[in-house]
Design a protein around this ligand. Structure first.
Ligand SMILES: Nc1ncnc2c1ncn2[C@@H]1O[C@H](COP(=O)(O)OP(=O)(O)O)[C@@H](O)[C@H]1O
Ligand SMILES: [Mg+2]
Length: 331
């Protein structure tokens, strides 16, 4: 049984100008110890998907359809209290900017102690020892001393390590990491990715890794879900995705990864156009107005997520791969 199964998830935000469908029928599953990357440009619904799973959606957002099953439990049926118990115990989440999640007036060690004591019955000094141990696990040098630091005394990379230590302190089965390295410089980013990878191996922890950067995906993920406008547009194993991206959007994201040659020549590919306004979506495929392979049908109909012949694990939402699509021009 999968550790996490999201089925046809729909999350909406009523606004003054209309109802925004931030997540529009998303399905995926995640096994124990698996790292699944969710990738897509800003505004594609990645964070809203993860907040829906964590039960942390802000008003007026709400889940209007679908199911989320974690370790056999229907998360959408849980009371707030039971959901809170699950968070931090079996489910943990880290965010892009660790400073906003840390309390500036408490020492980092005390904050980890509090997280531990909320979910485990442990005496203060025991919990402090565990906090120091967790800081050691995430690679913070002299953890006994650093535990006494306040957040502002640490660098961004060290603060993100503290957040990971806090998330791990209760041995979660699933860590949701929402752009955990986006605010960090490249070297520190690589270190945090290594750390997440190692923690998965050491603790068989599953990771839902959210990023706008397909370059980062190539480092960490086992499997990949590509999102666009609240929908999954492609789903594949990492190697298959990088070897043969199917959706024109995935191809665009891949081509947008900066390469050394491009930096030298100052050339960088970007997907033309911008993400459509969720209240003014194209009538056909949501990607049609930016797609270099768009043809007539794409302007009129919305493609479904379809299996690709010969590979049951791959799915793509694009008429180019529709077996009924007889137009020779689109093959
Ligand atoms: N509080 C909100 N009110 C209205 N719409 C929202 C709100 N939060 C998110 N959305 C909508 O959901 C879409 C997806 O947002 P988000 O999940 O944060 O994107 P991502 O994390 O992929 O950048 C946004 O384009 C926006 O239209
Ligand atoms: Mg986001």
């Amino acid at each position: 049984m999968a550790l996490l199964e999201v089925k046809n998830l729909v999350t909406k935000f009523p606004t003054r100008t209309g109802v925004v469908k931030a997540v529009d029928g998303v399905s995926f599953f995640l096994n124990h110890g698996e790292i699944l990357a969710v990738v897509g440009e800003s505004g594609s619904g990645k964070s809203v998907t993860s907040l829906s799973i964590m039960g942390l959606l802000q008003e007026p957002g709400y889940v209007s359809g679908g199911s989320i099953t974690f370790d056999g439990t229907d998360l959408l049926a849980l009371t707030n209290k039971n959901m809170e118990r699950l968070r931090g115990q079996k489910l943990a989440m880290i965010f892009q900017e660790p400073m906003t999640s840390l309390n500036p007036v408490y020492r980092v060690g005390d904050q980890i102690v509090e997280a531990i004591q909320t979910h485990m019955s442990m005496k203060k000094n025991e919990a402090w020892e565990r906090a120091v141990e967790m800081l050691r696990v995430v690679g913070i040098p002299s953890p006994e001393d650093r535990a006494r630091d306040y957040p502002h005394q640490m660098s961004g990379g060290m603060r993100q390590r503290v957040m990971i230590a806090m998330a791990l302190s209760c041995n979660p089965q699933l860590l949701i990491a929402d752009e955990p390295t986006t605010a960090l410089d490249v070297t520190i980013q690589a270190q945090i990715l290594d750390l997440i990878y190692k923690l998965r191996d050491d603790y068989n922890m599953a990771v839902l890794f959210i990023t706008h950067d397909l370059g980062v995906v190539s480092e960490v993920a086992d499997n990949v879900v590509v999102m666009y406008c609240g929908q999954v547009v492609e789903q594949a194993g990492k190697i298959a995705l990088f070897e043969k991206p199917l959706h024109p959007y995935t191809l665009g994201l891949l081509n947008s990864i900066p390469r050394l040659e491009d930096e030298k020549s100052n050339r960088l590919y970007t997907i033309r156009g911008t993400v459509p306004n969720p209240l003014d979506m194209p009538q056909g495929c949501p990607f049609s107005d930016r797609c270099e392979k768009c043809f007539n049908r794409c302007l009129k109909e919305r493609p479904k997520l379809m299996s690709v012949q010969g590979d049951p694990t791959r799915k793509v939402r694009c008429f180019l791969y529709d077996q009924q699509e007889a137009l020779p021009s689109c093959k």
